[in-house]
Design a protein around this ligand. Sequence first.
Ligand SMILES: C[S@@+](CC[C@H](N)C(=O)[O-])C[C@H]1O[C@@H](n2cnc3c(N)ncnc32)[C@H](O)[C@@H]1O
Length: 218
Amino acid sequence: MAMKLSEKCFSFAKTVFFDIISSKFRAGSLKRSLDLSYVIFEKIAYNFEIFSSNYINMYCEIVEKEIRLANITSKDNVLVIGAGSLPATSVLIAQKSGASVVSIDVDKAAINKANVLIKRLDLSDKLKLVHADGRYYDFEKFDVIFVLYAIKQLDEIFEKISKKIKTDTRVIYRSVFDKETNTIKSRIDLSKFLEVKNIVKSENISPAASALLLKKDT
Ligand SMILES: C[S@@+](CC[C@H](N)C(=O)[O-])C[C@H]1O[C@@H](n2cnc3c(N)ncnc32)[C@H](O)[C@@H]1O
């Protein structure tokens, strides 16, 4: 009974934040408004355990698709840029693939909150949270790099990624699906930096979609 009620509350909050608020913005600013909705939602939902677990569950479908897209296994070292206060993606990658995950965020308060959750989930061995800016992180030792939504200075980050990653590193970029062009919406021209290989769409958190990007042949 209590479970059903909390699920209903979460579903209501999700509708208010992601459907109603976001739809008030013009189509051109959809991506930015969605980015902001998620960051604010995480900061609030962090305080309520039942919201946190529903929030993490909401990401299951897209993360499972991303794991298959990038063929992530327990042997991989994964970097996630943009942990957030509720590091749902990082938690699910560690739990579902068994990979070792480092998740970074420029927001120190978000890292502190995320650390509490990781300890609660007993994931500290598999998932490390680091206060750092994606622009200055060392990409070389990672097999898979996730660049999530709401990441600032995207062009600088992709410029560095394209130069520093190993030839077989898989990069997953999560953003919004663009129905008109049948591809991923981005503030930057991704093909300038990496080769776009494939895309998966989320049904659960539509219009989210993720692209698999690989180093270009030189
Ligand atoms: C990417 S989302 C959070 C992802 C979500 N929690 C998940 O698990 O899918 C937003 C976070 O990215 C962080 N961020 C934005 N730009 C960044 C950058 N250049 N480097 C590191 N973190 C960044 C923000 O501080 C914010 O907390």
